[in-house]
Design a protein around this ligand. Structure first.
Ligand code: FAD
Length: 310
C-alpha cells in the first residue's frame, strides 16, 4: 500500500506527487493520461517565471521532475471507484478500469476537468486555431481582432468583459432568450461599446479559411434565420465539467460536480484530499493547480503523522 496515492497526472497531481515524495513517504500516481489538459495546450505564457512554453514541453518537464523522485508512475490507468477506509487512518482503496485496485493511507484526487464543447462542425477542427476555451490564457493572442464568446452565463459574460479590453470587438452569443449572468456583470457588459449581445442564438458552425477560424454561423432561434459573423476567434464558455463522475455518492461534490475542499484541501472523507480543476477552488489555471497540489500533499503528510499506522 502507498502512503500517498495521487489520482490524476496533470499539474495538480504532479505537484502533489513531488511534494509527497520529498517527505520520503511511499508515493504513487495513477493517471489516465499523464499531463492532463496541458497536453492539449499550445502556448503557455502565464506560468510565473516561465515567460513562454508549450503544452507538450511542460508535460515532459513535469514528468522529468516527478521522475527525480521515487514515485511509482502508473500511466494510462483510469480510476473507477473510491472505497474509503472503514476508519480514520485505515486504508482507502481505488479500483481501476483494468480490474486492478490500489490501496493507500491517503489519497489525493486531482482528476481535473474538461471544457464543455458546443459539438458543432468546425469546433474540433479549429481548436487552438481560433477556437479557444480559456480567456485568461488565450485572450492576448487575439489583440485587436474580432472574437465571439459563446455563452451568457457568469463565465461567458466575464470572458466577454475581459476580452473587450484586449480585442477589437466581441460578439456574445447566448442560446436562451436572456443571459443568465449576475446582473452587475450584464450591466458592465452592456456599458462596453465594442460588444454586441445576441440572445436566442444557436451557433451552428465554426467556419475557417487557410487553416484558421474566419467566421461563425448561428441561427436566430426566434425567427429561424441563419446569420454569419466574420471574426478571428471563438471563445466557448458553456461550462467546465469536472472529471468526478466516478466519485458521485462516495464524496461530497458541489452542484457543479466539483469536489468540495476546504483551505487545507481536505474533502468530506478523512485522509482523502483533492486539488486542482476537479475541486471547488476558483480560477482553473496551471499555476493554481500546482499550488493546490502541493498544499494537498502537505496536508496528507500532516494527516499521516497524526494518524500513525494501526
Ligand atoms: P488536468 O490538467 O485536467 O489533469 C487531470 C489528470 O487527471 C489527467 O492526467 C487525467 O488523465 C487524469 N484523470 C482524469 N480522470 C481520471 C480518472 N478517472 N482516473 C485516473 N486519472 C484521471 N492554464 C494556464 O494556467 N495557462 C494556460 O495557458 C492554459 N491554457 C489552456 C488551454 C487549453 C486548451 C485548456 C484545455 C486549458 C488551459 N489551461 C491553462 C488550464 C489548465 O490546463 C488547467 O487549469 C490545469 O491543467 C488543471 O490541472 P489539473 O491537474 O487540476 O487537471
Amino acid at each position: 500500500a502507498f502512503e500517498v496515492l495521487v489520482i490524476g497526472g496533470g499539474p495538480a497531481g504532479s505537484a502533489a506527487a513531488i511534494y509527497a515524495a520529498r517527505k520520503g513517504i511511499s508515493t504513487g500516481i495513477a493517471a489516465e493520461r499523464f499531463g492532463g489538459q496541458v497536453a492539449d495546450t499550445m502556448g503557455i505564457e502565464n506560468l510565473i517565471s516561465v515567460p513562454y512554453t508549450e503544452g507538450p514541453k511542460l508535460v515532459a518537464a513535469m514528468e522529468q521532475h516527478v521522475n527525480e523522485y521515487e514515485v511509482d508512475i502508473m500511466n494510462m490507468q483510469r480510476a473507477e471507484k473510491l472505497i474509503p477506509a472503514a476508519q480514520t487512518g485505515g486504508l482507502h482503496e481505488v479500483k481501476l478500469a483494468n480490474g486492478g485496485s490500489l490501496k493507500a493511507r491517503t489519497v489525493i484526487l486531482s482528476t481535473g476537468a474538461r471544457w464543455r464543447q458546443m459539438g458543432v462542425p468546425g469546433e474540433e477542427e479549429y481548436r487552438n486555431k481560433g477556437v479557444a476555451y480559456c480567456p485568461h490564457c488565450d485572450g492576448p493572442l487575439f489583440k485587436g481582432k474580432r472574437v465571439a464568446v459563446i455563452g451568457g452565463g457568469n463565465s461567458g459574460v466575464e470572458a466577454a468583459i475581459d476580452l473587450a479590453g484586449i480585442v477589437g470587438h466581441v460578439t456574445l452569443i447566448e442560446f436562451g432568450e436572456q443571459m443568465c449572468a449576475d446582473e452587475v456583470l450584464q450591466k458592465k457588459l452592456r456599458s462596453l461599446n465594442n460588444v454586441k449581445i445576441i440572445t436566442s442564438g444557436q451557433t451552428t458552425e465554426v467556419v475557417g479559411k487557410d487553416g484558421k477560424v474566419s467566421g461563425l454561423n448561428y441561427t436566430d432561434r426566434t425567427t429561424g434565420e441563419a446569420h454569419h459573423v466574420e471574426l478571428e476567434g471563438v471563445f466557448v464558455q458553456i461550462g467546465l465539467v469536472p472529471n468526478t463522475e466516478w466519485l458521485k455518492g462516495d464524496i461530497e461534490l458541489s452542484q457543479h460536480g466539483e469536489i468540495i475542499v476546504n483551505d487545507r484541501n481536505e474533502t468530506s472523507i478523512p485522509g482523502v484530499f483533492a486539488a486542482g480543476d476537479a475541486t471547488t477552488v476558483p480560477y482553473k489555471q496551471i499555476v493554481i493547480s500546482m499550488g493546490e497540489g502541493s498544499k494537498a500533499a502537505l496536508s496528507a503528510f500532516d494527516f499521516l503523522i497524526r494518524n500513525s499506522a494501526e
